[in-house]
Design a protein around this ligand. Structure first.
Ligand SMILES: *[C@@H]1O[C@H](CO)[C@@H](O)[C@H](O)[C@H]1NC(C)=O
Ligand SMILES: *[C@@H]1O[C@H](CO)[C@@H](O)[C@H](O)[C@H]1NC(C)=O
Ligand SMILES: *[C@@H]1O[C@H](CO)[C@@H](O)[C@H](O)[C@H]1NC(C)=O
Ligand SMILES: *[C@@H]1O[C@H](CO)[C@@H](O)[C@H](O)[C@H]1NC(C)=O
Ligand SMILES: *[C@@H]1O[C@H](CO)[C@@H](O)[C@H](O)[C@H]1NC(C)=O
Ligand SMILES: *[C@@H]1O[C@H](CO)[C@@H](O)[C@H](O)[C@H]1NC(C)=O
Length: 471
């Protein structure tokens, strides 16, 4: 148990440990970045180029949802938990010379960068996302467009003074939302673009990253590329989006963010399969960040499907796809997406939403009247409200601990948390959370579970080990 909690602490309180170090005079991130990208990412509070150079390989990253900045301003980010934060999203446009920000994001980004600098956290701007990837293919298509897009990206960097850029292209060589431009040359063009960006003296100084799916980019054959090692020469890191693996589109309820699937009834992907796929294609483990989800997906499940005769919550039950339950108060409403297709409600519960919704206590355990089970293969929990018929697949301290251990044992670069917002403005003052409900459950768990370090001070991983040696 101790090692469980211990690795939870490593995975999520890690940035805190780093921050402790940062105070002893680390030089700013940019100084250590080298053109061929073996530089440190996530140098913010604490990595890179310190005289002892111990933290260069650790990434404690999260995505900040810029479009929600009105409710979750940058000043309310838990900065001390990260050494890198990625502002999501700037979006591609039909003009290769223009990358767009919605009006809320445009207002929030300068504040985000100022706050990041004040906290010694590297600020990365992410371009793309599910609904912002429409024109990547065009922007990368010809040598002329790539040169123009390099200039567009560098202008953006200069305008907002960010430390790096993440390309969240969903997806090169493969349709995402439904109306993206797509070409079989996308991945090849993406590489040429990244190389050109890196060759620019300003581009050489940047942290360059990509958010990626659980299999490597699709090559010209239409299949995942078997060798992506050359991308690792120009990118500092990739963040594997190991979430939304199961959801309302799946045949049954299943894990949002499975750690493992090789032991599952069907193989739908997981951190285990994703890291194997990327490293087998030549992407070095120490440049891979594991994407984590600070939220869960909801499903409508009848009592008879959810519970067996001994009233134990079952895994992979059938659900009613026609009745997607609402998530928390920040959940996306049903509507029309950027392609003009209608979309159902999101069904997303953030941690605070699971507490507000009566599923979890503020300590992160199942609330009274809520059924709970832990899937030993995906190593993720599920909760079920037998009155409302809502079942939620999510992550908790135990599942994050398992992922932290996995990050350690595989020698990965670190983690990327979706999403970083930890506070919210109560929309209905009558439902104003009490002060100790405000930090989300995740944060609270790790405050509550500040377990003593194991006396031998050993961690599995080199970087973590070093951190612990220099508390
Ligand atoms: C940031 O780094 C500077 C210089 O290393 C240090 O003086 C300052 O205290 C750090 N700030 C935070 C919030 O860690
Ligand atoms: C190059 O970019 C322009 C937009 O600025 C776009 O109209 C054009 O289609 C792109 N070229 C290709 C081959 O996609
Ligand atoms: C994943 O499952 C397989 C098969 O049960 C097992 O051998 C392996 O150790 C598991 N890996 C992790 C990280 O849980
Ligand atoms: C109900 O499910 C639990 C957990 O999956 C299992 O341990 C138990 O044996 C099941 N009970 C019956 C009656 O099938
Ligand atoms: C998972 O493993 C634990 C400990 O071995 C066990 O108590 C629990 O019943 C298992 N969960 C399921 C759903 O089988
Ligand atoms: C931001 O945090 C402060 C306390 O740290 C709180 O008073 C304020 O309401 C928060 N703002 C929002 C919009 O959540």
């Amino acid at each position: 148990m101790l090692s469980f909690l211990y690795s939870a602490l490593l995975a999520l309180a890690l940035p805190r440990i780093i921050l402790g170090q940062a105070k002893c005079g680390l030089v700013p991130p940019r100084d250590s970045t080298t053109p061929n990208a073996k530089s440190s990412t996530g140098t913010g509070s604490g990595s890179s180029s310190s005289s002892d150079g111990d933290f260069a390989d650790v990434l404690a990253n999260g995505w900040y949802p810029g479009w929600l900045a009105d409710d979750n301003p940058p000043s309310n980010i838990s900065w001390s938990k990260y050494n890198t934060l990625t502002f999501a999203f700037a979006t591609t446009t039909s003009d290769v010379n223009v990358v767009a920000l919605d009006s809320i994001s445009e207002q929030a980004l300068p504040q985000f960068v100022t706050e990041a600098q004040a906290h010694n956290v590297s600020a990365i701007l992410s371009i793309g996302g599910w609904s912002g990837s429409m024109y990547f293919s065009n922007a990368m298509a010809t040598s002329q467009n790539r040169t123009a897009f390099v200039a567009t990206v560098l202008d953006l960097v200069e305008k907002y003074d960010v430390d790096g850029i993440e390309f969240d292209w969903e997806y090169p060589g493969k349709q995402g939302i439904g109306c993206n431009t797509v070409s079989s040359s996308d991945s090849e063009n993406f590489l040429s673009f990244l190389q050109e960006l890196r060759q620019d003296p300003k581009g050489a100084q940047l942290i360059l990253a990509a958010a990626v799916s659980i299999t490597p980019w699709i090559g010209s054959s239409g299949e995942p590329m078997s060798d992506v090692s050359v991308f690792a020469e120009v990118l500092d890191h990739i963040s594997i989006m190991n979430y939304d693996i199961w959801g309302s589109w799946s045949p049954t309820v299943g894990p949002n963010a499975p750690l493992n699937d090789s032991c599952a009834p069907t193989q739908d992907g997981s951190a285990v399969s994703a890291v194997k796929a990327w490293t087998s294609a030549g992407f070095p483990a120490d440049q891979i960040s594991l994407g984590l989800a600070a939220y869960g997906h909801s499903f409508d499940v009848s009592n008879s499907n959810a519970l067996n005769s001994s009233k134990a919550l079952q895994l992979y039950p059938a659900f009613n796809a026609g009745d997607q339950p609402h998530g928390d108060s920040q959940d996306a409403q049903a509507g029309t997406d950027e392609c003009g297709n209608s979309t159902p409600v999101g069904g997303i519960f953030n941690f605070w939403g699971l507490v507000d919704g009566g599923f979890l206590t503020t300590a992160g355990t199942a609330a009274s009247g809520i059924d709970y089970t832990f899937d030993n293969c995906s190593q993720t929990p599920f909760v079920y409200n037998p009155t409302s018929d809502v079942m939620v697949s999510f992550d908790d301290a135990t599942s994050f601990a398992a992922k932290g251990e996995f990050i350690n044992s595989m020698g990965l670069k670190g983690f990327s948390m979706k999403n970083t917002y930890l506070m919210r403005k109560p929309r209905n003052p009558l439902r104003r959370p009490t002060p100790n409900q405000r930090p989300n459950v995740l944060e609270q768990n790790f405050q509550n579970q500040r377990t003593p370090k194991p006396s031998n001070g050993k961690a599995n991983d080199k970087s973590y080990g070093k951190l612990l040696k220099n508390p």
